[in-house]
Design a binder for this molecule. Structure first.
Ligand code: FMN
Length: 378
């Protein structure tokens, strides 16, 4: 296929050629190397159901090589935020169908991030009023945000052994529901201090059964869940996101540098279609992206982290040098629905307004203009 002729560039504009190489991901041919990060925007209705506004938002961003839709709970006990969508009920599946149809109609590809919040939640948020569950009863520092108020997190209830198998089945069912909703695949949220990450961490997982203790036992929940989900919908439709030593949501890890290579080895055997690795923060003293390239067998998507912003030049270099296959951006996709076209044509990238990140309506969500609209003064 012939590529589009480029607009003439100013001397100071750089051509990010590597980011526009197509890439085969499972059965999909991604037209570029740019992935839209999972971004919780808290704009589902009170029942966790998405609607037309959400469909418009995602369709606006369909030129991304791949969209990973925001963390969504496979079971109501895993809801972490008001306005977070679910993928559990028939209404939630139907709401997401509006989104996937709109994205596919606009020529895009979209996975859903399956996220169980574990101890990051509150009984005032969970639809059934459930107390948050976690590997162990270790209370997180910090607050849940409910109706504009900060309410300190409670101590979670430690999961009973029998409940663990149930939870894993909920992930498998959530994945099946995601396909029913028209998603092209799912990403397991093993990052940022939520349930899967809580199992991996020696600080939040104090269990003495086969799911706690040494690194192999702490990896077990994640590996088994990945296996079950892959068996249910096909490993070629399942990816996983990890964030070693990323200290958000009060998570910390003492043995990440040895645990993660072990985890990647076990996950390789499951045959997942990608690993989505967040880079370790500067003070971690090691590079999770470097380790992932060495240890991981299939597609590697990388993202910086909350502390460090990766300039586009670096993204291009990472792909050019083969340090990763695909680059994931979050905040730039919030404020630039046509980020891909802006990079391609060397147009300015708009800064995101963090005040409208979470909750609300169209403002700061669907009203960031694309280039043509900006030129028309819309
Ligand atoms: C508003 C907002 C919501 C986010 N929601 C999620 C989420 O649902 N799941 C997830 O794994 N990461 C989430 N993240 C993290 C992003 O996916 C990404 O890792 C982070 O923003 C760093 O990338 P960036 O510098 O390109 O924005 C969120 C970040 C922001 C700013």
């Amino acid at each position: 296929m012939r590529s589009q002729p480029r607009k003439p560039l100013r001397a100071d504009q750089i051509i990010f050629d590597q980011l526009f190489q197509p890439y085969p991901l499972g059965e999909f041919e991604l037209p570029n190397r740019l992935v839209m990060a999972p971004l919780t925007r808290m704009r589902a209705d009170a029942d966790g159901v998405m609607g037309e506004l959400n469909a418009e938002y995602y369709a606006q961003r369909a030129t991304a090589g791949l969209i990973i839709a925001e963390g969504s709970f496979p079971h109501s006990s895993g809801k972490s935020f008001p306005g977070q969508p679910g993928i559990e009920t028939a209404e939630q599946i139907a709401g997401w169908r509006l989104v996937t149809d709109a994205v596919h109609g606009a020529g895009g590809r979209i996975f859903l991030q399956l996220m169980h919040g574990g101890r990051i939640g509150h009984e005032l948020i969970a639809p059934g009023g459930e107390r948050p569950v976690a590997p162990s009863a270790v209370r997180p520092q910090g607050d849940a945000r409910i109706a504009g108020e900060k309410i300190p997190f409670d101590e979670p209830r430690a999961l009973e052994l029998e409940e663990i198998a149930e939870l894993q089945q909920q992930f498998a069912q959530g994945a099946q529901n995601a396909l029913e909703a028209g998603f092209d695949g799912v990403e397991l949220h093993g990052a940022n201090g939520y349930l899967l990450h809580q199992f991996l961490s020696d600080v939040t997982n104090l269990r003495s059964d086969q799911y706690g203790g040494d690194a192999a036992n702490r990896c077990r929940f994640v590996v088994e869940t990945a296996q079950l989900v892959a068996e249910r919908i096909g490993a070629e439709r399942v990816g996983i996101r990890l964030s070693p030593n990323q200290n958000v949501n009060d998570i910390s890890e003492n043995d990440a540098q040895t645990l993660y290579p072990q985890l990647l080895g076990e996950l390789n055997a499951v045959g997942l279609c990608y690993l989505h690795m967040m880079e370790t923060p500067p003070d971690a003293g090691w590079s999770s992206v470097g380790v992932a390239r060495e240890a991981w067998n299939s597609t590697l998507i990388v993202n910086s982290n909350f502390q460090v912003d990766w300039p586009l030049e670096l993204a291009d270099e990472i792909v050019a040098e083969g340090r990763a296959d695909l680059i994931c951006y979050g905040r730039r996709f919030i404020s630039n629905p046509d980020l891909v076209e802006r990079i391609r044509s060397g147009e300015p990238i708009v800064e995101a307004d963090f005040q409208t990140f979470y909750g609300g309506g169209a403002e700061g969500y669907t009203d960031y203009p694309a280039l043509a609209e900006a030129a028309d003064g819309k």
